[in-house]
Design a protein around this ligand. Structure first.
Ligand SMILES: [Zn+2]
Length: 419
């Protein structure tokens, strides 16, 4: 306690306004007074020096070492420079203060390490805002799992998903296990059979397109164990699972996401009142999961990654609602003079995808649809080559049989006159 209290004024780092008040007490952490409590680190460097000189005795070496330590704690070259000056003054006053200075240096370094660690933790706790499909993956082949490893992986996934749902405060749910999926219906109303049929159909559809080998009449299982599919009853629960389970911030309007975590695949979505939307999103996200596990985790270029997921969704979900929406959007783009080359340049990484009004989805749907219609085997070969690490443009020529320029030209001409 200071008696009498002393009048000080200071500024906080990054804030222009001058704070004035009566200082009651201080220690190595900071100052307390009519202005509240502030750590030394909160003050700007100039204020730190001024306030400190009011409090310490600049003729006493130990007091100067105290100030030097506060200066040295800051991640700021100017402050470090000041600290060295202060230590030199202390040494000049009392050569015996050298061990004191060494101890102060060590404490300041430990303080900076602790600050950096705390910042790292805070950063990790902040929700991730970028979209999960935008993560970069290397073209290293997935190892093939033995049956025993597969079975163990399923057990691990069950445990992990139970913990994830409990973290989000949701009830314990027993999954429905299909050939390829572990489906969790969390407070989700309705008959799950449609969902299961859609997922298994999607798997077979993509398996046929990519010519996956079969074992006992069934396409081989690409997943690590199985793909986990969580279907929440409502949007709020979906968002809780995203935040607590996947550390993911969800932009408005997003109905489902696929999270590829190492070899594991989790699809998270919720039961929207619109049946077509629900089923389309479910299949679309599940395709992302399947493609994650096809050959290597390397992604196709964004337009193809998204176009293929929509192509599958349109093939499986009855009613062709998705086709109607995407096709209209894509045709409007092409006939309005939009450049398909620009769509092929868009990507998650630089935020250009999906472009204004999500136009990337419509145009990419048409491109992939057209590619598969023209040459489905070439398309499958192209996918394989890109997943194996090939450059997608070069692989268009070598595997698909037409350069990207040619494809764009033909696709454009076709859609100018055909719906
Ligand atoms: Zn997608």
């Amino acid at each position: 306690m200071l008696d009498p209290e002393i009048l000080v004024d200071f500024r906080l780092e990054g804030a222009p306004e001058l704070i004035r008040g009566r200082l009651r007490s201080w220690d190595s952490h900071g100052i307390v007074g009519s202005f509240g409590t502030h750590a030394w680190e909160e003050l700007d460097l100039r204020s730190l020096n001024q306030v400190c000189f009011e409090l310490i005795d600049a003729r006493v070496a130990a007091d100067l070492v105290f100030l030097g330590e506060l200066q040295l704690r800051r991640v700021d070259p100017e402050a470090d420079h000041r600290a060295e000056q202060t230590f030199r003054r202390a040494l000049a006053l009392d050569p015996a203060s050298r061990p004191l200075i060494e101890a102060a240096r060590e404490r300041a370094a430990a303080f900076e390490r602790a600050q950096a660690e705390a910042e790292r933790l805070r950063a990790a706790q902040r929700l991730q805002e970028s979209m999960p499909e935008g993560k970069a993956w290397a073209a290293s082949p997935w190892p093939v799992q033995t049956d025993a490893e597969q079975a163990q992986a399923v057990l691990d996934l069950r445990e992990e998903t139970a913990a994830l749902l409990s973290d989000a405060g949701l009830p314990e749910t027993e999954p429905i296990e299909t050939d390829y999926f572990l489906v969790y219906l969390v407070n989700a109303p309705g008959d799950p059979r449609g969902v299961i049929r859609d997922l298994d159909q999607m798997y077979r559809k993509i398996a046929t397109l990519l010519d996956l080998p079969e074992v006992q009449g069934r396409p081989i299982n690409l997943f690590w164990g199985k793909a986990v599919v969580i279907i929440a009853g409502e949007e709020g629960q979906f968002r809780l699972i995203e935040a607590h389970g996947f550390n993911q911030k969800v932009p408005a309007g997003v109905v489902g996401l696929c999270h590829s975590i190492g070899p594991k695949v989790f699809v998270n979505t919720y039961r929207t009142p619109d049946d077509f939307l629900f089923a389309s999103v479910l299949v679309h996200e599940a395709v992302h999961g399947m493609m994650h596990r096809f050959v290597t985790p390397k992604r196709l270029p964004t337009w193809a990654n998204e176009g293929l997921a929509d192509w599958a969704a349109d093939n499986i979900v009855p009613g062709r609602t998705l086709d109607a929406a995407r096709r209209r959007q894509g045709l409007d783009f092409i006939r309005g003079g939009g450049r398909l080359e620009a769509i092929m340049e868009m990507n998650y990484e630089d935020g250009s995808w999906p472009g204004p009004d999500g136009v990337g989805y419509g145009a990419s749907y048409l491109l992939v649809h057209y590619m598969i219609d023209q040459n489905r085997y070439g398309f499958a070969d192209w996918v394989r080559e890109v997943k194996a690490g090939g450059d997608w443009r070069e692989a268009m020529v070598s595997e698909y049989g037409a350069s990207a320029d040619r494809l764009v030209r033909f696709a454009r001409e076709w859609h100018l006159t055909n719906d």
